[in-house]
Design a protein. Structure first.
Ligand SMILES: [Zn+2]
Ligand SMILES: [Zn+2]
Length: 269
Protein backbone atom coordinates (compact mmCIF):
# COMPACT_ATOMS: atom_id res chain seq x y z
CA UNK A 1 0.00 0.00 0.00
CA UNK A 2 1.16 3.51 -0.70
CA UNK A 3 0.51 6.29 1.80
CA UNK A 4 -3.21 6.74 2.35
CA UNK A 5 -4.31 10.18 3.57
CA UNK A 6 -7.84 10.74 4.86
CA UNK A 7 -9.24 13.86 6.46
CA UNK A 8 -11.63 12.64 9.16
CA UNK A 9 -13.06 16.16 9.15
CA UNK A 10 -11.71 19.71 8.95
CA UNK A 11 -12.99 23.09 10.15
CA UNK A 12 -13.26 25.25 13.22
CA UNK A 13 -15.23 22.54 15.09
CA UNK A 14 -12.51 19.90 14.81
CA UNK A 15 -9.66 18.64 12.67
CA UNK A 16 -8.01 15.25 12.31
CA UNK A 17 -6.20 13.64 9.39
CA UNK A 18 -5.30 9.96 9.22
CA UNK A 19 -2.06 8.76 7.59
CA UNK A 20 -1.87 5.01 6.90
CA UNK A 21 1.05 3.05 5.55
CA UNK A 22 1.91 -0.67 5.65
CA UNK A 23 3.68 -0.09 8.93
CA UNK A 24 1.90 2.64 10.90
CA UNK A 25 -1.27 4.66 11.44
CA UNK A 26 -0.61 8.25 12.50
CA UNK A 27 -3.15 10.96 13.20
CA UNK A 28 -2.37 14.60 12.47
CA UNK A 29 -4.28 16.68 15.02
CA UNK A 30 -7.05 15.37 17.23
CA UNK A 31 -9.72 18.05 17.49
CA UNK A 32 -12.63 15.67 18.10
CA UNK A 33 -13.94 14.16 21.33
CA UNK A 34 -13.01 10.56 22.09
CA UNK A 35 -16.45 9.36 21.04
CA UNK A 36 -16.40 11.34 17.81
CA UNK A 37 -12.91 10.09 16.97
CA UNK A 38 -14.10 6.52 17.53
CA UNK A 39 -17.12 7.09 15.27
CA UNK A 40 -15.12 8.60 12.43
CA UNK A 41 -12.36 5.96 12.58
CA UNK A 42 -15.02 3.24 12.54
CA UNK A 43 -16.15 4.53 9.11
CA UNK A 44 -12.67 3.45 7.94
CA UNK A 45 -12.92 0.18 9.88
CA UNK A 46 -10.34 1.32 12.40
CA UNK A 47 -10.34 1.71 16.18
CA UNK A 48 -8.45 4.35 18.20
CA UNK A 49 -6.25 1.50 19.51
CA UNK A 50 -5.00 1.05 15.93
CA UNK A 51 -3.33 4.49 16.04
CA UNK A 52 0.41 4.45 16.68
CA UNK A 53 0.82 8.19 17.32
CA UNK A 54 -0.86 11.59 17.20
CA UNK A 55 1.07 14.70 16.07
CA UNK A 56 -0.53 17.98 17.15
CA UNK A 57 0.09 21.08 15.00
CA UNK A 58 -0.81 23.71 17.63
CA UNK A 59 -2.77 24.15 20.85
CA UNK A 60 -6.06 25.57 19.50
CA UNK A 61 -9.03 23.51 20.58
CA UNK A 62 -10.09 22.47 17.10
CA UNK A 63 -6.72 20.69 16.69
CA UNK A 64 -6.01 19.43 20.19
CA UNK A 65 -9.28 18.89 22.02
CA UNK A 66 -9.21 15.08 21.94
CA UNK A 67 -5.45 14.51 22.05
CA UNK A 68 -5.07 14.05 25.78
CA UNK A 69 -8.24 11.95 25.97
CA UNK A 70 -6.88 9.68 23.22
CA UNK A 71 -3.55 9.40 24.96
CA UNK A 72 -5.02 8.57 28.37
CA UNK A 73 -7.86 6.35 27.18
CA UNK A 74 -6.06 4.37 24.51
CA UNK A 75 -2.37 4.92 25.32
CA UNK A 76 -1.60 6.68 22.04
CA UNK A 77 1.71 8.61 22.18
CA UNK A 78 1.46 12.37 21.52
CA UNK A 79 3.98 14.47 19.58
CA UNK A 80 4.02 18.27 19.66
CA UNK A 81 6.36 21.21 20.09
CA UNK A 82 7.20 22.79 23.43
CA UNK A 83 4.86 25.77 23.07
CA UNK A 84 1.87 23.55 22.26
CA UNK A 85 2.74 21.22 25.14
CA UNK A 86 2.93 24.05 27.67
CA UNK A 87 -0.20 25.82 26.34
CA UNK A 88 -2.10 22.57 26.79
CA UNK A 89 -0.77 22.26 30.34
CA UNK A 90 0.96 18.95 29.59
CA UNK A 91 4.15 17.57 31.08
CA UNK A 92 6.85 17.50 28.39
CA UNK A 93 8.45 14.41 29.90
CA UNK A 94 5.52 12.20 30.84
CA UNK A 95 2.68 13.34 28.60
CA UNK A 96 4.27 13.77 25.17
CA UNK A 97 7.34 13.64 22.95
CA UNK A 98 8.56 17.06 21.87
CA UNK A 99 9.52 17.90 18.31
CA UNK A 100 11.33 20.94 17.01
CA UNK A 101 10.69 23.07 13.95
CA UNK A 102 12.27 21.37 10.92
CA UNK A 103 13.35 18.40 13.03
CA UNK A 104 12.29 15.17 11.32
CA UNK A 105 9.96 12.86 13.28
CA UNK A 106 10.45 9.21 12.28
CA UNK A 107 7.49 6.94 12.97
CA UNK A 108 8.61 3.95 10.92
CA UNK A 109 10.79 3.02 7.95
CA UNK A 110 8.01 4.24 5.68
CA UNK A 111 6.67 7.37 7.40
CA UNK A 112 8.25 10.54 8.72
CA UNK A 113 7.04 14.09 9.30
CA UNK A 114 8.77 17.41 8.97
CA UNK A 115 7.09 20.18 10.98
CA UNK A 116 7.42 23.52 9.15
CA UNK A 117 6.56 26.64 11.20
CA UNK A 118 3.69 28.83 9.96
CA UNK A 119 2.50 32.17 11.27
CA UNK A 120 -0.78 31.86 13.18
CA UNK A 121 -2.41 33.94 15.89
CA UNK A 122 -0.75 33.55 19.27
CA UNK A 123 0.32 29.98 18.55
CA UNK A 124 3.48 28.13 17.52
CA UNK A 125 1.74 26.35 14.66
CA UNK A 126 3.34 23.99 12.14
CA UNK A 127 2.38 22.55 8.78
CA UNK A 128 3.33 18.90 8.27
CA UNK A 129 5.36 17.66 5.32
CA UNK A 130 4.93 13.89 5.16
CA UNK A 131 7.57 11.62 3.61
CA UNK A 132 6.77 8.10 2.44
CA UNK A 133 9.23 6.07 0.36
CA UNK A 134 10.53 9.07 -1.57
CA UNK A 135 7.08 10.69 -2.05
CA UNK A 136 5.94 13.75 -0.16
CA UNK A 137 2.58 15.11 0.90
CA UNK A 138 1.60 18.19 2.90
CA UNK A 139 -1.14 19.07 5.38
CA UNK A 140 -1.08 22.78 6.19
CA UNK A 141 -3.88 24.73 7.90
CA UNK A 142 -4.25 27.76 10.18
CA UNK A 143 -1.83 30.27 8.69
CA UNK A 144 -2.24 33.89 7.71
CA UNK A 145 0.79 34.08 5.42
CA UNK A 146 3.54 31.81 4.16
CA UNK A 147 7.31 31.70 4.07
CA UNK A 148 9.72 30.89 1.24
CA UNK A 149 10.59 27.80 3.22
CA UNK A 150 7.02 26.51 3.17
CA UNK A 151 6.75 27.27 -0.55
CA UNK A 152 9.93 25.28 -1.21
CA UNK A 153 8.61 22.24 0.66
CA UNK A 154 5.15 22.38 -0.93
CA UNK A 155 6.74 22.52 -4.38
CA UNK A 156 8.11 19.00 -3.80
CA UNK A 157 4.82 17.43 -2.73
CA UNK A 158 2.68 15.18 -4.92
CA UNK A 159 -0.30 15.82 -2.62
CA UNK A 160 -1.17 19.11 -0.90
CA UNK A 161 -3.94 19.63 1.66
CA UNK A 162 -4.20 23.36 2.26
CA UNK A 163 -6.53 25.62 4.19
CA UNK A 164 -8.92 27.82 2.19
CA UNK A 165 -10.64 29.40 5.16
CA UNK A 166 -12.75 32.29 3.99
CA UNK A 167 -14.13 34.20 1.04
CA UNK A 168 -13.05 37.80 1.39
CA UNK A 169 -16.42 39.30 0.43
CA UNK A 170 -18.40 36.99 2.69
CA UNK A 171 -16.12 37.65 5.67
CA UNK A 172 -16.29 41.42 5.22
CA UNK A 173 -20.04 41.44 4.71
CA UNK A 174 -20.70 38.84 7.42
CA UNK A 175 -21.76 39.14 11.07
CA UNK A 176 -18.35 38.84 12.79
CA UNK A 177 -17.22 41.86 14.86
CA UNK A 178 -14.62 44.04 13.10
CA UNK A 179 -11.80 43.03 15.44
CA UNK A 180 -12.35 39.35 14.70
CA UNK A 181 -12.51 40.06 10.96
CA UNK A 182 -9.16 41.85 11.20
CA UNK A 183 -7.63 38.97 13.15
CA UNK A 184 -8.76 36.41 10.60
CA UNK A 185 -7.45 38.52 7.71
CA UNK A 186 -4.14 39.40 9.40
CA UNK A 187 -0.73 37.88 8.72
CA UNK A 188 -1.29 35.49 11.57
CA UNK A 189 -4.90 34.60 10.84
CA UNK A 190 -6.22 32.22 8.22
CA UNK A 191 -5.78 31.91 4.45
CA UNK A 192 -8.54 33.29 2.27
CA UNK A 193 -9.58 31.49 -0.92
CA UNK A 194 -7.59 34.07 -2.84
CA UNK A 195 -4.45 33.50 -0.78
CA UNK A 196 -4.77 29.72 -1.01
CA UNK A 197 -5.10 30.11 -4.79
CA UNK A 198 -2.02 32.35 -4.91
CA UNK A 199 0.08 29.95 -2.84
CA UNK A 200 -1.06 26.95 -4.88
CA UNK A 201 -0.23 28.75 -8.12
CA UNK A 202 3.32 29.15 -6.77
CA UNK A 203 3.77 25.50 -5.88
CA UNK A 204 1.59 23.31 -8.13
CA UNK A 205 3.34 21.74 -11.09
CA UNK A 206 3.18 18.62 -13.25
CA UNK A 207 4.24 16.49 -10.27
CA UNK A 208 1.27 17.64 -8.13
CA UNK A 209 -1.31 14.86 -8.41
CA UNK A 210 -3.90 15.98 -5.87
CA UNK A 211 -4.96 19.01 -3.87
CA UNK A 212 -7.49 19.13 -1.02
CA UNK A 213 -8.88 22.43 0.22
CA UNK A 214 -9.68 22.21 3.90
CA UNK A 215 -10.60 24.09 7.11
CA UNK A 216 -13.30 26.05 5.22
CA UNK A 217 -15.24 28.43 7.47
CA UNK A 218 -18.90 27.39 7.57
CA UNK A 219 -19.85 31.02 8.18
CA UNK A 220 -17.55 32.81 5.75
CA UNK A 221 -17.04 30.39 2.88
CA UNK A 222 -18.74 28.01 0.48
CA UNK A 223 -17.10 25.01 -1.20
CA UNK A 224 -17.95 26.27 -4.71
CA UNK A 225 -16.35 29.67 -3.99
CA UNK A 226 -13.11 28.10 -2.75
CA UNK A 227 -13.03 25.63 -5.63
CA UNK A 228 -13.63 28.18 -8.39
CA UNK A 229 -11.09 30.66 -6.97
CA UNK A 230 -8.40 27.98 -6.83
CA UNK A 231 -9.26 26.38 -10.17
CA UNK A 232 -9.15 29.74 -11.89
CA UNK A 233 -5.61 30.31 -10.74
CA UNK A 234 -4.09 26.83 -11.26
CA UNK A 235 -6.03 25.28 -14.16
CA UNK A 236 -3.22 25.90 -16.65
CA UNK A 237 -0.59 24.22 -14.53
CA UNK A 238 -2.47 21.46 -12.69
CA UNK A 239 -4.38 18.51 -14.10
CA UNK A 240 -4.72 16.45 -10.95
CA UNK A 241 -7.65 16.02 -8.58
CA UNK A 242 -9.04 18.98 -6.63
CA UNK A 243 -11.28 17.99 -3.72
CA UNK A 244 -12.75 19.69 -0.67
CA UNK A 245 -12.82 18.29 2.84
CA UNK A 246 -15.55 19.57 5.13
CA UNK A 247 -16.38 19.39 8.81
CA UNK A 248 -18.57 16.35 8.29
CA UNK A 249 -15.87 14.08 6.83
CA UNK A 250 -14.39 11.63 6.09
CA UNK A 251 -15.52 11.88 2.47
CA UNK A 252 -12.58 10.31 0.58
CA UNK A 253 -9.04 8.95 0.85
CA UNK A 254 -6.11 9.92 -1.32
CA UNK A 255 -3.41 7.40 -2.19
CA UNK A 256 -0.33 9.51 -2.61
CA UNK A 257 0.95 9.59 -6.16
CA UNK A 258 -2.39 8.53 -7.65
CA UNK A 259 -4.71 11.17 -9.01
CA UNK A 260 -8.17 9.81 -8.25
CA UNK A 261 -9.28 9.70 -4.62
CA UNK A 262 -11.33 6.81 -3.30
CA UNK A 263 -14.78 8.09 -2.33
CA UNK A 264 -16.00 6.56 0.91
CA UNK A 265 -19.41 4.99 0.77
CA UNK A 266 -19.96 6.06 4.36
CA UNK A 267 -19.68 9.76 3.48
CA UNK A 268 -22.65 11.92 4.49
CA UNK A 269 -23.77 9.41 7.13
ZN1 LIG B 1 -7.98 25.51 13.19
ZN1 LIG C 1 -5.63 27.67 14.98
Amino acid sequence: MTLQLTHLGTGSRGNATLLRTDEVNVLLDCGFSGKELERRLALLELKPEDLDAIAVSHHHNDHSKGALIASRRWGIPLHMNFDTCSRLGLDPVNDCTLFEALGRIEFSDDLSLLPVPVEHENADNVGFIISHRGERAAVVTDLGSWSAELTRHLGRCTHISLEANYDHGRLLGGPYPDRLKQRIMGRGGHLSNEQAAALLSEVCGPATRSVVLCHLSEQNNQPHLAESEVLMSIENQFDGDLSISLQSGPEFSHYIGQVEPERLSSAHV
